[in-house]
Design a protein around this ligand. Structure first.
Ligand code: NCD
Length: 331
């Protein structure tokens, strides 16, 4: 029986059709492996099944909005010759709507894909997925906790622009409490030599306690200040190698007081050319993007503005990461 539209099960009243379908499915299962032996390839040829090693598939499960991270991951996988399956609003369009747990989601997706890239609004979501997944899981942002691949491309950018990863004075500015990129970057820099950090934020948005504790354990010196402390800020701008700016993570702030507090001092947290010009010639301004209004557009033309180059680097760092995790020859 030729099959065309599949609309209802009554179409499958003929037992022979079911038997043919099941036996084909058995063959699909038998030959569902990354590499086939010469003998298996021959069998596939005789059965009219694909004989080439199958391409690796990356599943992107994004429960939160993303432009750069998802697009650069997808482009990276495609450039490496792999394939992608993707849902950009997993919270709305995946079985999460039906109440599926993160663990089950990872268990199932890992049977279709060779790697899972996941962004979720819950802290620890990727760790939970990894505990149940049969394939590697990459955390593309879990709540306000971490965004490790962003920090890898940030570190790449610093190294690319300044020629070193050690002996750096890095100032982080903005919502240091809720911004996950600055958390991951602080943890990453804590393992380099000669690092000095400056945390510039309203008190209510200061770097979380556990990260400050980690830095202390690793003997990484840091200073905290508010942008309203004009003299201190000018000093920092004059000596820092990197000014890393972040936006206020409005979507994560439940406490109205926190937002009101920020609104009060907002204009002090805007980087303009006056700030940029105080910085050393060979220093850079970074931002994970998206930018709202924390960097004035006039700064874009300044050679110190590295944020668009930083975003472009995301592709290459993610290509490298996927190649290191997956068997390179069969990506
Ligand atoms: C960041 C994020 O999602 O944490 N964006 C990104 O991945 N480049 C930063 C942000 O949203 O502010």
């Amino acid at each position: 029986m030729g099959l065309y539209h599949i609309l209802e099960t009554q179409q499958f009243k003929d037992r022979k059709v079911l038997e043919e379908l099941f036996s084909l499915a058995d063959q699909m299962k038998l030959f569902d492996k990354p590499n086939l032996t010469a003998n298996e390839r021959k069998q596939c040829y005789l059965l009219g099944l694909p004989q080439e090693p199958r391409k690796k598939i990356m599943a992107c499960l994004f429960y939160e909005p993303s432009t750069r991270t998802r697009f650069s991951f997808e482009t990276a996988m495609k450039r490496l010759g792999g394939e992608t399956i993707s849902t950009e609003s997993a919270g709305m369009f995946s079985s999460a709507v039906k109440g599926e747990s993160i663990g089950d989601m990872a268990r199932i997706t890992g049977q279709y894909a060779d790697i899972i890239v996941m962004r979720h609004k819950m802290n620890g979501a990727a760790t939970e997925a990894a505990a149940h997944s049969p394939v590697p899981v990459i955390n593309a942002g879990d709540g306000s906790r971490q965004h490790p691949t962003q920090s890898l491309l940030d570190a790449y950018t610093i190294n690319d622009e300044l020629g070193r990863m050690d002996d750096l004075e890095v100032a982080m500015l903005g919502d240091l409490n809720n911004g996950r990129t600055v958390h991951s970057l602080a943890y990453l820099l804590a393992h380099r030599k000669g690092i000095k950090l400056y945390f510039i934020s309203p008190k209510i948005m200061s770097m979380p306690h556990n990260i400050r504790e980690y830095l202390q354990e690793k003997n990484i010196p840091f200073e905290e200040m508010a942008a309203t402390e004009k003299q201190k800020i000018e000093d920092v701008l004059q000596k820092c190698d990197v000014l890393y700016v972040t936006r206020v993570q409005k979507e994560r702030i439940e406490d109205k007081q926190e937002l009101e507090e920020y609104e009060k001092y907002k204009e002090h947290y805007i980087v303009n050319n006056n700030w940029a010009n105080l910085m050393k010639t060979d220093s850079i301004i970074m931002h994970p993007l998206p930018r709202v209004d924390e960097i004035a557009v006039e700064v874009d033309q300044n050679p110190k503005a590295a944020y668009f180059r930083q975003a472009a680097n995301g592709l290459y760092v993610r290509m490298a990461l996927l190649k290191m995790i997956l068997d390179p020859k069969s990506v």
